[in-house]
Design a binder for this molecule. Structure first.
Ligand code: SAM
Length: 240
């Protein structure tokens, strides 16, 4: 069945619009991924549909209050099987491809998007399993971060990518950056395609690509190389 992801957000249209196109839009059309949104505003109890309040202790901005958010979260978490509830937050663990792959294996995800100064800490302590950050910068809300996470998970679903191998070749899946890519024309004003790629020698092409991947990882992201357990072929290529 489809991988289901529930998102608690004040801006459901932001999530939906981010995920309509391309591979992840198609994954939803194919029934591989089902994204549902829950708006805390629909769970507010006053006539103004209030979801935020002033911070205790004073200071600028507003804080998402417990009541409507907890009600929305409980509806999102409701259903069969275990759920993993994630708060998108600049204070969370940094998202990596390894983490994305782990999320893709389940259990079902419930994503909580903050706005304003954030969420009342007591709700986070009570209802959230982990916090995830998409990088060391501050967004105005968790929606784009949730969409990033869902996009990365969605394209890993079986049948989402047309070429089954293309996810394996991508950067990070084997701990290295991807090799460079070329297409026709093979000669042009901007230069020629590397001849080995036109040689038809598949073993030579594979070696060249691996060398390129190793080379650019070494140049651009030596931190990745230090953490990667290289296979015998890669170690041999590095020694050449
Ligand atoms: N006061 C909070 C702090 O400094 O930790 C930041 C609040 S931010 C303006 C509003 C919301 O955006 C947060 O509650 C969170 O859901 C989301 N957000 C901001 N930056 C993020 C990031 N780097 N990764 C994931 N979510 C982020």
């Amino acid at each position: 069945g489809a991988m289901r992801i529930d998102v608690v957000t004040l801006f459901p249209e932001l999530i939906e619009n981010c995920l309509r196109s391309g591979v992840v839009g198609r994954a939803q059309e194919r029934g591989l991924l089902a994204v549902r949104t829950w708006n805390p505003r629909d769970f507010a109890t006053d006539s103004h549909r209030t979801v935020d309040d002033r911070p205790c202790g004073g200071g600028p901005g507003m804080v998402m209050m417990i009541g409507p958010l907890q009600a929305a979260l409980e509806r999102a978490q409701d259903g069969d099987g275990p759920v993993r509830t994630v708060y998108l937050s600049p204070q969370g663990v940094r998202l990596t491809q390894a983490k994305v792959a782990q999320f893709a294996r389940g259990p079902r995800l419930v994503l909580l998007c903050g706005r304003y100064e954030g969420v009342d800490e007591r709700l986070l302590a009570h209802a959230v399993d982990e916090e995830v950050s998409i990088g060391d910068y501050v967004l105005s809300g968790g929606e784009l971060a949730a969409a990033v996470l869902i996009d990365a998970i969605g394209r890993l679903q079986d049948g989402a990518l047309n070429d089954a191998q293309s996810a394996e070749q991508d950067s990070f899946s084997d701990g290295l950056l991807d090799c460079p890519h070329y297409t026709r024309p093979v000669r042009g004003a901007l230069g020629d395609v590397p001849p080995v790629l036109l040689s038809g020698d598949h073993a030579a092409i594979r070696r060249w690509r691996r060398k390129q991947a190793l080379g650019r990882t070494w140049l651009r992201r030596p931190d990745l190389l230090a953490r990667t357990e290289l296979d015998a072929e890669s170690r041999r290529l590095l020694d050449e």
